[in-house]
Design a protein around this ligand. Structure first.
Ligand code: ATP
Ligand code: MG
Length: 402
């Protein structure tokens, strides 16, 4: 069955062909399709230069996202999204270990050579339904192997991030890293820190939100990247390591913040969260949420013996579902605390989280002078409401005036 996205990926190839160029699907989408998975997005590789791609699809439908590397985004119909169309290229030297110094437009054979792993180096012709395999990628896909294209040492020296990508793909597909590739990762593991925190963070995020996150942690350890990427977990061995991998593995479709909180819950160092946040350049949103989950973990784990107003104030927060998910992964789905939390979370919203009796505007209308103390005052009134000390608007106003 063709999704709009897939149909558009076929149309892009067809239009480039009609204009006289070679065009093939490339990389991850070919791999995913051969594995029987739905590709997340489609990439097209072509003999057309970026300027020529613009002429074929028109200026309004194209965005030169990485024109110097030959990459053009082509916008599709509404539901189809967009497709990256990249000119076949050969990458020049990598003096910075990150970006090619220059790129040269070339052929599919050469374009395959510049890609990282054989499973990522395949092309597919959607018209003839033929695979173009210049790197032995199909055999490695069938055998479940992540293998660097060419000399693993040299390929890692070019771009150190490939070490983490090897781990990510092996974990995601339950593949083995080919021995020479794995050895090269071990030998160069410390150099991962030549890569920017953002790029490392993006790889870690992808690994940790994926269902195979426990395998990713194990591979980080066996590839010897762990001390350089996640030194916080190095102290965990034997049973404590089993607990960590078991715990993260039990989380179902967790947010990034929830996985981070789970990892941090097993780590002794209280500053670990801050150091990960700054190292991986985490979004504040994720870092704050992970902190909140960790801070409130004791309350959730003791929910069945916590006074309701105290628990209620935690359960009405945005992170409550994630907090309870962590408690369930830690204490078990049937533990009294978790059962209690879930019952309470299922209460009608107006019971779980009743509308505030008054807001700032109400107090001003009642003649109170607005000022910096207003927030704290409203908070107190809210606490009294949740505690059941006051139940009406009049009582709330009387309390404010006091
Ligand atoms: P995902 O589904 O995770 O996006 P993907 O294979 O599409 O997997 P991308 O990072 O989107 O991965 O890259 C698309 C393709 O570009 C890869 O399949 C690979 O051929 C090539 N590629 C990406 N990053 C690198 C890299 N650092 N070195 C060499 N080739 C790379
Ligand atoms: Mg991709």
């Amino acid at each position: 069955m063709a999704t709009p996205q897939r149909q558009f990926a076929c149309d892009v190839v067809a239009q480039l062909r009609e204009a006289g160029y070679t065009a093939l699907w490339a990389g991850g989408c070919v791999r995913d399709q051969l594995l029987g998975l739905a590709p997340k997005d489609y990439d097209v590789a072509t003999s057309a230069t970026p300027d020529e791609v613009r002429k074929v699809f028109g200026r309004r439908k194209t965005i030169p996202v990485g024109a110097s590397f030959g990459v053009m985004t082509v916008l599709g119909p509404k539901k189809a999204g967009q497709i990256e169309v990249a000119t076949f290229r050969t990458d020049g030297g990598y003096s910075d270990g990150r970006h090619p110094d220059q790129v040269q437009f070339s052929t599919p054979e050469h374009d395959a050579q510049r890609r990282d792993f054989t499973i990522n180096g395949l092309f597919y012709d959607p018209q003839s339904e033929q695979i173009h395999d210049f790197v032995g990628g199909e055999a490695d896909l069938l055998a479940g192997i992540v293998r660097a294209i060419g000399d693993p040492e040299a390929r890692i020296a070019e771009d150190k991030l490939r070490m983490l990508r090897a781990v990510r793909f092996a974990a995601r597909f339950d593949f083995a890293i080919e021995p020479a590739t794995l050895q090269a990762v071990r030998d160069h593991a410390a150099e991962i820190n030549q890569v920017s925190g953002e790029r490392i963070g993006a790889e870690m995020r992808a690994m940790l939100v994926h269902p195979n996150r426990a395998a990713a942690l194990t591979l980080l350890r066996t590839s010897e990247l762990e001390p350089h990427v996640l030194p916080e977990t190095v102290e965990l061995t034997g049973d404590t390591w089993q607990e960590l991998t078991g715990l993260v593995g039990r989380l179902e479709e967790p947010s990034y913040a929830l996985v981070l909180a789970a990892v941090l819950s097993q780590v002794g160092d209280l500053r670990a969260g801050d150091s990960i946040t700054s190292r991986w350049k985490l979004a504040n949103r994720d870092a704050d949420r992970a902190d909140w989950i960790l801070d409130n973990r004791p309350t959730a784990l003791a929910a069945d013996s916590t006074p309701w107003p105290k628990l209620q104030r935690v359960l009405i927060e945005d992170g409550a579902q994630e907090l309870v998910a962590l408690a369930a992964a830690l204490a078990g789905d049937d533990s009294p605390a978790v059962v209690h939390c879930r019952e309470r979370l299922a209460l009608p919203p107006e019971v779980l989280n009743p509308r505030p009796l008054v807001n700032g505007g109400d107090l001003i209308a009642e003649g109170l002078q607005p000022g910096p103390h207003f927030g704290a005052l409203l908070e107190q009134i809210r606490d009294a409401q949740l505690d059941g000390q006051i139940t009406t608007r009049d009582e709330a106003i009387a309390m404010a005036k006091q």
